[in-house]
Ligand binder design. Structure first.
Ligand SMILES: [Fe+2]
Ligand SMILES: [Fe+2]
Length: 243
């Protein structure tokens, strides 16, 4: 663990997907082909979302109307490094499990364009953005935890380590977002129940679809209504607010 990079003690872990998975080959996979096939769409979804942190970062930096604090900029830079490390890991994993070339995956993933229109009402200012990120990251943490058994059953130890490292990073992103909310935005905590309720309403609405924005990517059945409500309630409990 390292706290050295950030002046306010933001958590970040130093590890490399490329190093960790360098000896992963298709021959090393011993898991059930049927299960691997059934999870193809989910592996691809998660990989795309991790890559889309770049879209989200560029969107935030281009929003000249936002007054983003130095703390937030440090937070988002550390976060982006981690998410791109996760993308490179899932790119290798998708390549090994499904026989794609990593270059071809890159081309396909990079050809997609984000559409922020539907999520812009949550991206009002630093406070609502941090609340949205906290919700997103606690949900990612729990969704990746659901995948531990799946990864363990694929065979190679490096995959078990990878999913646990990625989960630890997602938990650190959640902790860091909560730290910034507590440090700089405590005067607005009364707004949290409405904001989080609106996020859950949005993600569970008919026709909800993910548009390559990184944020609010919970449009597969990996993300149950129960999981989304638990995320909301966990944040409200952390701030001592009524659910
Ligand atoms: Fe991630
Ligand atoms: Fe994350």
């Amino acid at each position: 663990m390292s706290y050295l990079k950030s002046s306010i003690g933001l958590k970040s872990y130093d590890w490399s997907s490329v190093d960790l998975l360098k000896s992963l080959t298709p021959e090393s996979i011993s898991g059930s082909r049927d299960i691997i096939k059934s999870r193809q769409e989910y592996f691809w979804h998660d990989m795309g979302s991790e890559f889309d942190s770049k879209h989200f970062l560029i969107y935030l930096m281009n929003r000249s109307d936002l007054q983003l604090s130095d703390d937030f900029l440090e937070f988002v830079c550390l976060w982006h490094l981690d998410e791109q490390n996760h993308y490179r890991g899932l790119r290798k994993i998708n390549s090994v499990l499904y026989g794609f070339r990593e270059d071809d995956i890159d081309k396909e993933i990079k050809s997609r364009r984000p559409e922020f229109e539907a999520v812009s009402s949550f991206m009002v200012d630093e406070f609502t953005i941090l609340a949205s990120i906290a919700f997103d990251e606690i949900t990612s943490t729990r969704a990746y935890k659901q995948d531990f058994k799946l990864f363990d059953n694929l065979g190679p130890d490096c995959l078990s380590v990878w999913i646990r490292n990625a989960t630890k990073d997602e938990a650190a992103h959640y902790d860091n977002a909560m730290k910034l909310l507590k440090k700089n935005h405590s005067s607005r905590f009364d707004e949290l129940p409405a904001i989080l309720g609106k996020i859950v309403g949005f993600e569970t609405s008919d026709g909800f679809r993910y548009n390559n924005t990184f944020i609010f990517d919970h449009d597969t059945d990996d993300f149950s209504n129960e999981l989304l409500n638990d995320s909301k309630n966990t944040i409200l409990e952390a701030f001592g607010r009524e659910k």
